[in-house]
Design a protein around this ligand. Sequence first.
Ligand SMILES: CC(=O)N[C@H]1[C@@H](OP(=O)(O)OP(=O)(O)OC[C@H]2O[C@@H](n3ccc(=O)[nH]c3=O)[C@H](O)[C@@H]2O)O[C@H](CO)[C@@H](O)[C@@H]1O
Ligand SMILES: C=C(OP(=O)(O)O)C(=O)O
Length: 430
Amino acid sequence: MEQYAIKGGNPLVGEVEIGGAKNAALAILAASIMTDETVLIENVPDVRDTNVMMQAIESIGGVVERVDRHTVRISGKPIMDLVIEDDFIKKIRASYYLLGALLGKYKKAQVTLPGGCNIGLRPIDQHIKGFRALGADVRIEHGLIIAQAERLRGSHIYMDVVTVGATIDVMIAASMAEGQTIIENAAKEPHVVDVANFLNSMGAVIRGAGTDVIRIKGVPKLHGTEYAIIPDQIEAGTFMFGAAVTKGDVTVKNVIPKHLESISAKLTEIGCELEESDDAVRVVAAKPLFHTHVKTLPYPGFPTDMQPQITVALGLSKGTSIVTESIFENRFKYVDELTRMGASIKVEGNTAIIDGVSKYTGASISAPDLRAGAALVIAGLAAEGVTVVDDIKFIERGYEDFHIKLKSLGAQIEKIDSERELQKFRLKTG
Ligand SMILES: CC(=O)N[C@H]1[C@@H](OP(=O)(O)OP(=O)(O)OC[C@H]2O[C@@H](n3ccc(=O)[nH]c3=O)[C@H](O)[C@@H]2O)O[C@H](CO)[C@@H](O)[C@@H]1O
Ligand SMILES: C=C(OP(=O)(O)O)C(=O)O
């Protein structure tokens, strides 16, 4: 089983190019099958989840051609099958977007219930409520979500919770419904806007994405397009916190600084210096970090997908910090692992109370999920001695070349596959 071996102590220094947003890419790839014309998508991150999504599109007859590592051409025209139930699709959460896309175009779809990170209950009732409001009959049988409609008709939908997945999913399906759909209490995340922009570039008529009311005028047909996905806010944020915990100096390039505002604000609050330009943010961590409080919230609040990374930084900050997780009820599983590295954190319900310690020490730990895994790697980079992180398959779901990018910033990190390779790493890094 592959692991990361990390020798901590080197500050991360330099520039790192941020890839396309995984969570935008997953929805955009799925929505690309809604036209019979060819769609060219640029800035697709080469990560496990996007590869699973492309595999799913191929499994129903779509044609996916990789033009280069980050550019794909997709043709949904040959799609014959509207059933996606293979085991591989359970690995990703975003399989639900195929439901919206197939239902929108073919008025029929059967997709295995979604998987993704085990960070809480993760119901899909708002997706189902939205599809039903559009006139679809939706039921769950044998682990499949089965949705079909004679016709999809625009509707007025109030989301009971702010949900990125259901907002995007309903927006996708409604883009090919008859008449107008209004989604209220919509999520405002940058990837909601990106998916709307993508659909509009295919001829959809979507207004208001990025606000909490989205209006969609359904069209009978979508056409081909060429589209570049926005940069990944969470990948950028992870490297920014990497700079903070290693007392480094990192510039994240190819980013949209506006999307990083809540992350940048917290870094400034804990004592980092930030410099912003049009498409880059530099984080300099010259002074000791200090404590703060943070609560995860829908955009423009602090993202839940950055919660483990900030907790790792606060674990090394002077004073007591409180982190409140308000989106997913089970997103502190990594705290046990961080405790093995010397962190002093008590979790009570959805709150972590963190007493900053002066250092972490290397240990053998496991990545419980994607972002927690990345955060533990960052902790390892700051720790004294060697850290070995297991289950890196989770990290590879969402970070392209994670260890290679970290190495380019001066980290001592290798992907290893055996005890022998670990011994070699230990010898090499002293
Ligand atoms: C593939 C993808 O893009 N994943 C992201 C997506 O997940 P995901 O789409 O699962 O997250 P949502 O934004 O939908 O979930 C937000 C909250 O709404 C609840 N909820 C959601 C749907 C529903 O039908 N009913 C319901 O109650 C969830 O349990 C959660 O408490 O947004 C999350 C919140 O930014 C991110 O952490 C994930 O990285
Ligand atoms: C939780 C995440 O992904 P998913 O929703 O696919 O599990 C994430 O991207 O941090």
